[in-house]
Ligand binder design. Structure first.
Ligand code: ADP
Length: 492
């Protein structure tokens, strides 16, 4: 709904007031009015009626419109002031407008008044909006600058037509400069890039400019005080509807802290790995002696009770040995270089079964193997040995002693240029809610059967090293099927 315009009329002649009101009503202007005939009434009207606009006669017995305009300006400077008079000449009117009066209407042309009122009010409104927009803009700019400084991300822009370049304050800060410290330009930026990487960055920027393609890179900035900052930059072109590139825009992010933390983490990780590797290795020596000695003791000691204790010592030592082997395997698997060699799957299965034949429960499980891969397949034997050992061992460990005959079916065949190996057992199966975790390091699905929680982690790490994948399907109480896919290599 349009609000009614509040008009304050400064006029001492009642007929003239009628004359103005008559014209305004005729034009169906929606308004309310108040009148004033002297300074006191006028000032009261301004202070209490809050007019949107003032219409004033030009001359009064003791003052004139110019005086009234000044009084108005001290109370409500924004309110437009239109002179409605029969006496103002053209020259005088122009002079009045120069002094700040909004407009004037000669009584002869009173029909122009409604139009002039509307225009004056519109100008006030747009002036107010402009002020608001400028204020809002400054507010947004302030917030953006604050956000950039918190996130250590600056933005830059190049106008392609003019070559004008813009850097936000945060870019200067990342470069270790005062805002506006140097002219924003590619050359000035490259000058701040570490000399060892300058050419590389120049080539990236030149290439992106030429091909008008997005780019990103990480580099080091050498600040004037010698400090080094690690930065990440990303940029792209902005095109118009016709596909013409208008601007190149981008960000520069200071990632020094993240980089430092990453480096620290890498060192710590390396130290931890070395520690685990060394500890496992160094512990295995004495452990082998313990296992050997318990063996000797078992055969020489006649006392049955002592024999039983030695058997228990041996079992515990074996378990510890398995844990240490798994730990070493999981460490080496991640960092090892993958050498490809001829793999004979029949041989691999034979070796695996020979290794596991003394494992508890081995003889309970009927293991069948169908291998149709008879040609040469290049892969890494160490990784595959570990994959076979862990998956076959799990099928033995997690067999269901309460169901009929336990089985493990191994199927090896060519698929999609690679090799697919299926390990299908009818063991205890895996609870559905545990299934997403079984490849996690140290995850154990049950404490009833001993293990390290490293087997499937090692398997997955190894298979991924070979750029393959492993998936499984398991139903509790029915069984589990692991499917391994090894892609072919160029050498296959
Ligand atoms: P571990 O056997 O030492 O516990 P793994 O990483 O080899 O560790 O296996 C993780 C978990 O996955 C096991 O604890 C077990 O609950 C489940 N699991 C693995 N293989 C099988 C399988 N063939 N049948 C049933 N459960 C299995």
């Amino acid at each position: 709904m349009n609000q009614r315009i509040k008009i304050l009329i400064l006029e001492h002649d009642a007929d003239d007031i009628e004359f103005i009101l008559h014209e305004l009503k005729k034009r169906e202007l929606s308004f309310v009015h108040s009148t004033a005939a002297n300074r006191a009434e006028f000032e009261k009207g301004l202070a209490e009626f809050y007019p949107d606009i003032v219409l004033s006669d030009y001359s009064f017995p003791t003052f004139n419109a110019m005086d009234a305009f000044e009084w108005k300006s001290t109370i409500c400077p924004e309110v437009p002031f239109i002179i409605v008079s029969g006496a103002v000449g053209e020259e005088k009117a122009v002079e009045l407008i120069k002094l700040g009066i909004t407009d004037y209407v000669i009584k002869d042309k009173i029909f122009t008044l409604p139009g002039k009122i509307s225009r004056a009010l519109k100008e006030v409104r747009s002036g107010r909006e402009k002020k608001m927009t400028e204020k809002e803009l400054r507010e947004i700019e302030k917030r953006l600058a604050e956000a950039q400084s918190i996130a250590h991300i600056g933005n830059w822009e190049v106008e392609l037509d003019t070559g004008n370049e813009y850097w936000s304050d945060e870019i200067y800060s990342i470069l270790g400069l005062k805002p506006g410290g140097i002219k924003p330009s590619k050359e000035n930026f490259l000058h701040m890039v570490h000399p060892e990487q300058r050419n590389e960055v120049r080539a990236i920027l030149d290439g992106a400019e030429k091909e008008q393609k997005p780019f990103s890179y990480s580099t080091r900035i050498l600040q004037q005080n010698g400090d080094i900052r690690y930065v990440y930059s990303h940029g792209k072109h902005v095109f118009n509807a016709k596909g013409k590139a208008l601007r190149q825009i981008g960000i520069l992010q200071d990632v020094t802290e993240t980089k430092r933390m990453e480096e620290e983490l890498k060192v710590l990780n390396k130290e931890l790995e070395t520690f685990i590797y060394r500890a496992s290795h160094d512990l295995r020596g004495p452990l082998s002696s313990i296992i050997g000695l318990t063996n000797v003791s078992k055969s020489e000691i006649k006392d049955e009770a002592s024999k039983k204790y030695f058997q228990m010592v041996e079992a515990s030592a074996q378990k510890l040995d398995c844990t240490l082997i798994s730990l070493v395997q999981s460490m080496t698997m991640r960092d090892m270089a993958v050498n490809l060699e001829d793999v004979d799957f029949d041989e691999l299965v034979k070796e695996t079964l020979a290794q596991l034949k003394y494992h508890e429960g081995f003889s309970n499980v009927e293991i069948s193997v169908k291998n149709t891969v008879k040609d040469v397949f290049k892969s890494n034997k160490l990784i595959l040995t570990s994959v076979f050992q862990n998956l076959v061992q799990n099928a033995i460990k997690y067999q269901d002693y309460h169901s009929g005959q336990s089985y493990l079916k191994i199927l090896i065949s060519r698929k999609n240029g690679g090799v697919e190996i299926v390990f299908d057992d009818n063991g205890i199966g895996i609870d559905e809610h545990l299934q997403e975790k079984i490849f996690d390091m140290y995850f154990r699905g049950t404490s009833a059967i001993s293990g390290t929680g490293l087997g499937l982690y090692i398997v997955k790490t190894g298979i991924e090293k070979l750029k393959g994948n492993i998936r499984f399907k398991s139903t509790k109480g029915v069984g589990t099927r692991f499917t391994v896919f090894l892609p072919g290599t160029d050498k296959n």
